[in-house]
Design a protein around this ligand. Structure first.
Ligand code: ADP
Length: 354
């Protein structure tokens, strides 16, 4: 499939602080790419480089086969075939929704008939009926968001950049909008480069997720692959594997391994070349029992907390390391029991070196 955007070994520093350390990726036509990473990992910097707002120290940005940014030259945003949807929507406050949406087409001196046809399509697609004469201050957050997306989509750019597009909406609206947006982009076969710190937004929207960590890419894969086989401890932590305990690898078989923890041995998915590892796993993947079962380890309950429907239970291993699991019944403090986790849901990574 045709490549729309290519980042080639991008390096970017602010002063002597390097914030992008050789980032390379490709976005194919019609693909929705979500860049996910903790705050400060370099997501906005990357987006602004693609947009032509920021220069780089080394590497290339190639859009539709043409170099648009190198360390020596930078093609400005208005000369790039892309549109950006900002966090705060950035609508013109003194223009109606209609004038906001048509702004770019008017600049291009598009004829009235074409503009009206395109506008009607956007109104229909984004459920903006009856809102065209309203000013942004008269629209709800969700409606402003739709207008901002319509303003970008109406230009039919080869790629749309989305900067944390839902972070100013309330939770319920965010959940509705992310599904709706992804559907519209897919229907129109729009290529999208989306930046977020919210894993559920990336899961819901992306064809592929790019997980960033401190200016580098840790993993590029489908949402399912990132969730089921997080390539690094940072990816695992970001995607919900909040438990980590020390262990030693004692046997390996391809990507599976046997790891020993105090008073137990656990089969796990191994991502480490070292013997000393941390085992990562999710609270929701742990099953509690009073007797040992396959792939289980002994634990002692520290504190259960009722969360409505389920209990979130804090416990400790025989080595005294704390962990959390979910259980549908209350378990008294100090109860001794076992936690079992399926081997393919335990991920072993090298211990961080200090
Ligand atoms: P993210 O979008 O993932 O939160 P950013 O790209 O905004 O990350 O920032 C990456 C790093 O670069 C952070 O450590 C941030 O403090 C730093 N940074 C961002 N902009 C500037 C700037 N204009 N000057 C100096 N440092 C900056």
């Amino acid at each position: 499939m045709e490549t729309i955007l290519k980042l080639n070994n991008i390096h970017k520093s602010y002063g002597n602080k390097e914030v992008l350390k050789g980032v390379s990726l490709e976005v194919k036509k019609g693909e929705i790419i979500s860049v996910l990473g903790p705050s400060g990992c370099g997501k906005s910097t990357m987006l602004n480089i693609i947009a032509g707002i920021l220069n780089i120290n080394d590497g290339q940005v190639i859009l539709n086969g043409k170099e648009v940014t190198t360390s020596k030259k930078i093609t400005p945003i208005e000369k790039r075939d892309l549109n950006m949807v900002f966090q705060d929507f950035a609508l013109w406050p003194h223009m109606t929704a209609k004038d906001n949406i048509l702004y770019g087409l008017k600049l291009k001196k598009t004829d009235e008939r074409t503009m009206n046809e395109k506008l009607a399509r956007m109104v229909d697609l984004l459920h903006l009926n009856g809102l065209m004469e309203q000013y942004p201050s008269e629209l709800s957050g969700g409606q402003q968001q739709r207008v901002a997306i319509a303003r970008a989509l109406i230009m039919s750019p080869s790629i749309i950049l989305l900067d944390e597009p839902l972070c100013n909406l309330d939770v319920q609206l965010r959940i509705e909008m992310r599904t709706e947006m992804a559907q519209i982009f897919k229907d129109l076969q729009t290529t999208v480069f989306h930046v977020t710190h919210d894993p559920s937004e990336a899961f819901a929207m992306a064809d592929r997720i790019v997980v960033m960590n401190q200016g580098k890419i840790d993993q590029i894969a489908s949402p399912q692959e990132c969730y089921q086989r997080p390539a690094t401890a940072v990816v695992a932590g970001l995607l919900g594997a909040g438990n980590h305990i020390s262990a030693k690898i004692i046997a390996k078989d391809n990507d599976m391994a046997e790891a020993s923890v105090k008073d137990a041995k656990l089969q796990c998915l191994n991502f480490s070349n070292e013997k000393d590892v941390l085992l990562y796993f999710r609270a929701e993947d742990c099953k509690f029992s009073y007797q040992p079962v396959a792939n289980s380890m002994p634990i002692e309950v520290i504190m259960p907390t009722f969360e409505g429907g389920t209990y979130r239970v804090k416990a400790k291993t025989m080595a005294g390391e704390e962990l959390t699991f979910l259980h549908d019944e209350n378990i008294a403090k100090s109860t001794m029991g076992y936690l079992s986790i399926a081997p393919e849901k335990i991920y072993a990574y090298e211990q961080p070196k200090n």
